[in-house]
Design a protein around this ligand. Structure first.
Ligand code: 5GP
Ligand code: MN
Length: 344
């Protein structure tokens, strides 16, 4: 097992195996991505096999290209079923919080999770946990939460319970969070786990195709527009920027997930160290940041945009207007000039 994992789950398994630990809720961050949903559904199938009364509750909807995942039909969207979600969380013996470490990341469902008497178990790979948990299985030195779910299941001596559904969910999250095994978070352990998952029946080409060849035309129309009209280079700070207004999202009939990966366009430009994508989601302005080398996007996101994440991939949110957020982003670049101009 990955030795960097902080594991305080001792005693949890016996609690879960006892009669008093039979009702389980699994939740993950808002607008779940493949790692968030994959880890949640993998754990869901595992607990189902153990005979538990288990439910996955997402704070919001998520992109249609994830709807094929095994178990998707049983996911409860808090925004669509707030009362049912609250009832399940309040009655739960244990609430597993996957791929986030701050209750702010699950919107209004966070207040309910905080209020519930259930044991809270955080399984996550983001920096600076906020400490709402009773147990944790946590490290930043892993590719994904899905990798941690694999380790967690093995730690509990249940490797043989990983069937093709669990394996598919885990593989999907690892593949997405590592950019198909190319980011620096990909370790020899990641590949070892991937190899074991293939032995359980995972079809990598099928998963690749389901995740990446499964978009609507709206995404490609918007992509063309973004590349042609909106991608801006700020050469003095080796920075690329794209911002999108609510009107543009409407004009291109943008669906959840259509802008996935757009933040990487700027990073493909030679010399660019930092790329930002800023989108007016009406209720909130959401930002995504990506960097190359040692530039810490998570520090920038935490300091100025109420966010966080990893060194090379972070995000944030703001209630200011899009214009204000874009102006603020431009205004803070001089503070990071030295790091943005460094060679690595
Ligand atoms: P993305 O840009 O793909 O939405 O997110 C990239 C990374 O930043 C992910 O690891 C995600 O968890 C983190 N992240 C995105 N948005 C936020 C945010 O609003 N707050 C925090 N703390 N992290 C975020
Ligand atoms: Mn993740």
């Amino acid at each position: 097992m990955n030795p960097s994992i902080e594991d305080t789950t001792q005693g949890l398994q016996s609690f879960l195996q006892s009669g008093s630990g039979s009702k389980i809720v699994i939740t993950t961050h808002h607008k779940p991505d493949a790692d968030a949903l994959g880890s949640s559904l993998a754990l869901y199938h595992y607990f189902k096999e153990m005979g538990k009364d288990v439910h996955v509750i997402t704070p919001t909807d998520y992109p249609p290209f994830l709807h094929w995942m095994p178990g998707n039909d049983n996911v409860i969207n808090f925004e669509e079923h707030p009362e049912r979600a609250e009832e399940l969380a309040m009655e739960a013996d244990a609430i597993f919080c996957l791929d986030f470490n701050d209750l702010k990341r699950i919107n209004d469902f966070g207040d309910i999770v905080a209020k519930s008497d259930a044991r809270k178990i955080m399984i996550d790979h983001h920096r600076d946990p906020k400490g709402f948990d009773d147990h944790r299985f946590w490290t930043i030195e892993t590719s994904s939460t899905c990798e941690l779910i694999y380790e967690y299941i093995c730690l509990n001596g249940s490797e043989e319970m990983i069937d093709s559904d669990i394996a598919t969910c885990i593989y999907c999250g690892i593949m997405a969070d590592t950019g198909s095994f190319r980011f620096s978070s990909t370790s020899s352990r990641t590949h070892e786990i991937a190899a074991n998952l293939l032995k359980k029946g995972v079809q990598p080409n099928e998963i690749q195709s389901r995740l990446f060849d499964n978009f609507g035309l709206s995404r490609y129309r918007l992509m063309g527009y973004v590349l042609h009209e909106k991608l801006e280079l700020i050469p003095e700070y080796n920075t690329a920027l794209v911002f999108l207004t609510a009107e543009e999202l409407q004009r291109f009939n943008v669906q959840t997930g259509d802008t996935e990966g757009f933040v990487n366009f700027g990073l493909g430009i030679s010399g660019v160290k930092l790329s930002a994508l800023i989108i007016d989601r009406t209720k909130l302005v959401k930002m995504s940041f990506r960097s190359k080398g040692s530039f810490p996007c998570n520090e920038l996101a935490a300091k100025y945009f109420n966010g966080g994440g990893h060194l090379n991939a972070a995000g944030g949110a703001s209630h200011d207007t899009l214009e204000e957020v874009v102006a603020k982003f431009r205004a803070i670049l001089p503070e990071f000039a030295e790091e943005l101009k460094k060679d690595n």
